[in-house]
Design a protein around this ligand. Structure first.
Ligand code: ADP
Ligand code: MG
Length: 626
């Protein structure tokens, strides 16, 4: 018997693999089954060109056998097998030599979990086994060989007996340690679940003896166990089936089997793309927001398969953040199984797929909006916020993808409308898209700032989400129309006599406003006659980059206590209160002080801003009653 050492590089990698801390030991089975499937494929392709070979589908399968007593797990296949030379060349050297240097780099960086980092092939068997024995008979050969290794030290190879063509991989499973229960890999339920998880769509049957229970013959309530060979994998994945054969129920069943959500998806998308890159994908748009969706815990991503074999559970690179709610799978033949996450990130194929998927999701959402408005609104209710975050983040670079998908509540339509719908209703002289920000529709409806605009028949969009105004500021314009807050200084509406009057009033009452401004020093930037109030006595408007609504939101975050919007106190010159104010200014400075404080605090209350000194405010209220 010959004893040979592994090639130096293989030795180092093997050592690393066995001794590092792995979180996904179970993938050894995926690797061995994939190899077995490849070996059967090879016979199949040979048979296509070689007439002497007759490929009878039933003869080709993979079998997993567990012998708990002896701690032996065996994976057999009826594939092409290996000659002596092939055993030496394929199992004695790690084929992917680039892996080693790559892993070295990453280890230096931050000590990744190696298995998660790049796929491991045959050698992963050593993660669970002390000894690996391979017995193989190659197609067209009379001899069989046994290759055996206990890990890093090397391997032996010798002739042996095997009746049929194919390969048996025999693993002597490791003894349990404190941290790891290796016996698990001999348990029927565990093996079944690993096979289901990673290898469900392997094209050939993966057979295993399964223990079942049945009524003992001739008895009424005595049961006995018996074993039965079962095929564990379902073989044909739903995404490889013909779309015409599938019903909505099939997709919904898949959605729930995959645990994508407890809801029913609002929409499924099944696409097959062929060309520079080929892939199948089934994507789902859920109806309900997952409970952790808007938290850091939520992980976006699609399941990534290479030709039916799972390579990644949640491939984040396939989805932009703003479409992070999408669930589903992508299967591509163009991706290699042994591919690392790091490599994936730079993978050109993967980038192409991601780009296609993004475009597809966008167009499907647009068609939902156009053709199934109710469903779109439901979707928007759950995930609209994410789209708005998408506009705001990355310096607005995703505006073009997302702006047509936005919706806001409209003062005119009393329902959600798109920006495009708003624009289509704008009159010739209307310069801006008006919006009002506040906590709820009910509160915004009562905002004094909206009075004039509503009175003049302008439509206002209501911003009730924290992110709304930030997103819109990033957007700046939609179809060349600028957005304008109802609280901003200049509303840009027709300058009628009302406007002239107010500047007239400003001049006339310069001294009054100057003294009010002094009284409110540090609180407001200016005091003016309002152009927008009709029935209310006061309101706040604002100038500059930061709106009052934004101040509220930012202040609620840590370290932002000192954020302040530039506020203007606007007074309605046609209101009774204004006369009282003027009178006080002329006759009673204490009263002016009192009125100014009351009006300012009222304006704060209307905005939903906290009053700086509630005790003083209530005391002042009492004073005017006495
Ligand atoms: P990869 O599958 O990426 O090539 P592996 O380490 O998994 O790398 O396997 C190395 C090689 O060993 C395979 O390419 C194949 O040639 C051979 N091999 C492994 N398992 C089998 C098997 N069950 N039947 C035939 N050949 C096999
Ligand atoms: Mg392999």
């Amino acid at each position: 018997m010959e004893r040979k050492e592994f090639k130096a590089e293989s030795k180092r990698l093997l050592d690393l693999m066995i001794n590092s801390i792995y979180t996904h030991r179970e993938i050894f089975l995926r690797e061995l089954i994939s190899n077995a499937s490849d070996a059967i494929d090879k016979i199949y392709y040979k048979a296509l060109t070689d007439n002497s070979l007759n490929f009878k589908k039933d003869d080709y399968y993979i079998r997993v056998e567990s012998d708990k007593n002896n701690k032996i797990l065996k994976i057999s296949d009826t594939g092409i097998g290996m000659t002596k030379e092939e055993l030496e060349n394929n199992l004695g050297v790690i084929a992917k030599s680039g892996s080693l240097s790559f892993k070295k780099e990453n280890e230096l960086k931050d000590g990744y979990d190696i298995i998660g980092q790049f796929g491991v092939g045959f050698y992963s068997a050593f993660m669970v086994a002390d000894t690996v024995t391979v017995i193989s008979k190659a197609l067209g050969s009379d001899e069989a060989y046994k290759w055996e290794s206990e890990g890093v030290e090397g391997y032996t190879i010798e002739a042996c007996e095997k009746d049929t063509v194919g390969t048996d991989i025999i693993l002597k499973i490791k003894a349990n340690t404190e941290d790891e229960n290796f016996d698990e890999y001999l348990e029927e339920y565990k093996l079944k679940s690993i096979i289901k998880k990673y290898s469900d769509f392997i094209r050939y049957p993966i057979k295993m003896d399964v223990t079942r229970s049945r009524l003992k013959e001739g008895t009424e309530n005595e049961y006995e166990d018996y074993t039965e060979e079962q095929t564990i994998n379902s073989m044909v994945p739903i995404w490889k089936k013909n779309k015409n054969e599938l019903t909505q129920e099939d997709y919904e069943k898949f959605y729930s089997e995959k645990h994508y959500g407890f809801d029913k998806p609002i929409k499924y998308i099944h696409t097959s793309v062929e060309g520079v890159i080929s892939y199948n994908a089934i994507l789902f748009i859920p109806e309900k927001t997952p409970y952790d969706f808007y938290t850091k815990e939520y992980e976006k991503g699609l399941e990534l398969y290479s030709n039916g074999v799972l390579i990644m559970n949640k491939c984040a690179d396939l989805l932009p953040d703003y479409f992070g709610f999408v669930k589903g799978i992508v299967d591509s033949e163009d991706l290699s199984l042994n591919i690392s996450r790091e490599i994936l990130q730079h993978d050109r194929q993967l980038k192409l797929i991601a780009k296609n998927i993004k475009t597809k999701i966008k167009s499907e959402l647009e068609s939902l909006l156009k053709n199934e408005r109710d469903k779109y609104e439901k979707f928007y209710q759950s995930f609209g916020r994410q789209l708005k975050y998408g506009i705001y983040s990355e310096f607005g670079s995703n505006k073009d993808v997302l702006q047509d998908l936005l919706m806001f509540y409209s003062s005119k339509e009393k329902k959600m409308v798109t920006l495009d719908e708003y624009i289509s209703r704008m009159t010739a002289e209307q310069k801006y898209i008006y919006y009002a920000a506040g906590e709820s529709i009910e509160r915004i409806e009562k905002l004094p700032q909206t009075e004039l605009l509503l009175d003049k028949g302008y439509e206002i969009l209501y911003f009730t989400d924290d992110v709304d105004e930030f997103a819109i500021r990033m957007l700046m314009t939609y179809k060349e129309k600028e957005f304008k807050s109802v609280s901003s200084g200049d509303l840009g509406i027709e300058q009628d006599e009302n406007e002239n009057n107010s500047s007239q009033d400003d001049k006339e009452n310069k001294e009054l406003f100057e003294s009010m401004k002094k009284l409110l020093a540090g609180k407001v930037k200016d005091v003016r006659v309002s152009k927008r109030l009709k029935n209310h006595p006061v309101c706040l408007s604002n100038e500059g980059e930061l709106s009052i609504e934004m101040e509220k939101i930012l202040k609620a975050m840590p370290n932002n206590e000192n954020i302040k919007a530039d506020k203007i106190l606007e007074i309605n010159a046609n209101h009774q209160v204004f006369k009282a104010l003027k009178e006080a200014f002329e006759k009673d400075k204490d009263k002016l002080n009192l009125y100014t404080d009351l009006l300012y605090n009222q304006a704060l209350l209307i905005e939903g801003l906290p009053i700086e000194d509630p005790v003083e405010f209530t005391n002042n209220m009492c004073k005017i009653m006495l």
